[in-house]
Design a protein around this ligand. Structure first.
Ligand SMILES: *Cc1c(COP(=O)(O)O)cnc(C)c1O
Length: 217
């Protein structure tokens, strides 16, 4: 069951940074989510479509569901009707599909573009040097039912805090570059249980924390 004292401590810590919390509930039962929701926190993150759809059906519509995993194009329609924010967009194909489903569900869907900032290899996230091109392409496509709200990234899994800090700083720089002139480009999602304090120092305004609140998975 969730540690509500820990949740409160994190929330008060975030306040001074003006940062929001996504409580990552993946692999945890709907009852655990309900307990946190009843405590007054409504933002939750899931990274599997199946699990998200299943929990969404069991819980009140007051929950803000964040999709934080890698979204396959053919699954967008399953979450398009209710998802609050999709954190992991890293292709024009996915962006275009979110727009298409946004039109189908008559909603404007908020997304973050995932950037690969870690030293580790990963299939996911745009390389930092192609982000500008991606943003220009997105503008030119004129997708009315998808709104790019900012960036998301994950640092290298390491104890080297200097390394983590410099990766988050890189993402923050990209965020600042693209923020100018776009009023709704306002969300920088970086930091999880092990590194959110570093992320906050580097300018994160949205952290995704799971195990510290819900326990080990
Ligand atoms: C699981 C997950 C988290 C939360 O990780 P914790 O270490 O449990 O805080 C954050 N972001 C993403 C993308 C995740 O998949």
């Amino acid at each position: 069951m969730p540690d509500l004292a820990k949740l409160d401590a994190i929330l008060s810590e975030l306040k001074s940074f003006n940062a929001r919390l996504v409580a990552v509930s993946k692999t945890k039962p709907a009852d655990a989510v309900r307990e946190v929701l009843n405590h007054g926190h409504a933002d939750f993150g899931e990274n599997y479509v199946q699990e998200l759809v299943e929990k969404q059906s069991r819980l009140p519509s007051s929950v803000n569901w964040h999709f934080i995993g890698h979204l396959q194009t053919n699954k967008v329609k399953q979450i398009a009707g209710f998802v609050h924010l999709i954190h992991g967009i890293d292709s024009i194909k996915a962006l275009t599909e979110v727009n298409k489903q946004g039109i189908a569900f008559n909603r404007i869907i908020d997304v973050l573009i995932q950037v690969h900032i870690a030293r580790e290899d990963s299939k996911y996230g745009l390389a930092p040097d192609v982000l500008s091109d991606f943003m220009n392409q997105a503008v030119n496509l004129q997708l009315p039912n998808v709104r790019i709200r900012g960036l998301m990234g994950m640092a290298t899994f390491t104890d080297d805090e200097t390394q983590i800090g410099s990766e988050f700083r890189n993402l923050r720089k990209l965020f600042d570059q693209h923020q100018s002139g776009s009023p709704h480009f306002d969300t920088l999602s970086m930091g999880m249980s092990s590194d959110y304090k570093i992320a906050l120092k580097e300018g994160s305004n949205m952290v995704r924390i799971g195990s510290m609140i819900f326990g080990d998975r």
